[in-house]
Design a protein around this ligand. Structure first.
Ligand code: C5P
Length: 230
């Protein structure tokens, strides 16, 4: 049984308010995407990593990044299309029960220990799961005009992080089902859940942030340049 990885990096980063997609912002002279790739390459069990790029990507070629464990493919309009594209690339080599880890290209601060924990703790699972953290803020559900409808009990609420790790054939089936049903999903676990299955959350470190806004870049810079990657 092998481990494979997919890094969807075909987003155009509308929310950061900049022309450069967030995965291509530089931190300490290295693009966010390369930081993310390196964190996964540090895990020797991962056989091969597929980076999914936007069809009109104008940044990747300039890095001249070469590693025999890394390939690139072209993504699609939605994240799910990009992940499916990565799965198609791997399908020649991956077996049904192999594991595939899908990791946001914009989460460069993921720790090695978290990835290893995910792999170890789910090893016996038939379904798989993902890294996550409990929600710490009080959560409000709003109606019109920012008026609070209700306070949601946060006791059982968790934020879903990546990597998300599933059996290859199961994820392939789940994503195909989700496309057929026209489901609007923001992570892979949702596609698995839509099949009536229950992915497991493995508690991770809060530094595994997703770079979405400018302030996230500052925080990522702090974690990457001063933090401990292990
Ligand atoms: O925009 P969002 O936060 O969902 O992006 C999460 C990850 O999915 C990012 O790494 C982004 O580049 C990727 N993505 C993609 N293809 C898309 C949309 C997002 O690979 N069509």
């Amino acid at each position: 049984m092998k481990f494979w990885a997919i890094l969807p990096a075909a987003g155009i980063g509308r929310r950061l308010g900049s022309r450069t997609p967030k995965q291509y912002h530089s931190i300490g002279g290295t693009p966010v995407l390369i930081h993310s790739i390196n964190r996964l390459l540090e895990i020797p069990e991962i056989e091969h990593l597929v980076v999914v790029l936007h069809p009109k990507d104008q940044h990747w070629a300039a890095f001249n990044f070469k590693n025999k464990r890394v390939s690139t493919v072209t993504g699609g309009d939605e994240r799910i299309d990009s992940v499916i594209s990565g799965m198609q690339f791997l399908s020649e080599e991956a077996n049904a029960s192999d594991w595939v880890l899908v990791h946001d290209a914009v989460r460069p601060c993921v720790k090695q220990s978290d990835i290893k924990n995910l792999m170890n703790q789910l090893n016996e699972s038939k379904v798989g799961g993902l890294l996550g953290v409990p929600i710490d803020n009080t959560v409000k559900q709003l109606g019109d005009n920012n008026e609070i409808e209700q306070t949601v009990d946060r006791g059982q609420l968790w934020s879903a992080f990546t990597p998300q790790m599933f059996r290859f054939e199961l994820l392939k089936q789940a994503l195909s089902n989700a496309v057929s049903a026209n489901l609007d999903l923001t992570d892979e676990a949702s596609a698995i859940e839509a099949m009536g299955l229950k992915p497991i959350i493995v508690p991770g470190d809060r530094s595994n942030i997703k770079i979405t806004y400018d302030s996230d870049l500052e925080l990522a810079r702090y974690y990457l340049l001063t933090g401990d990657k292990t």
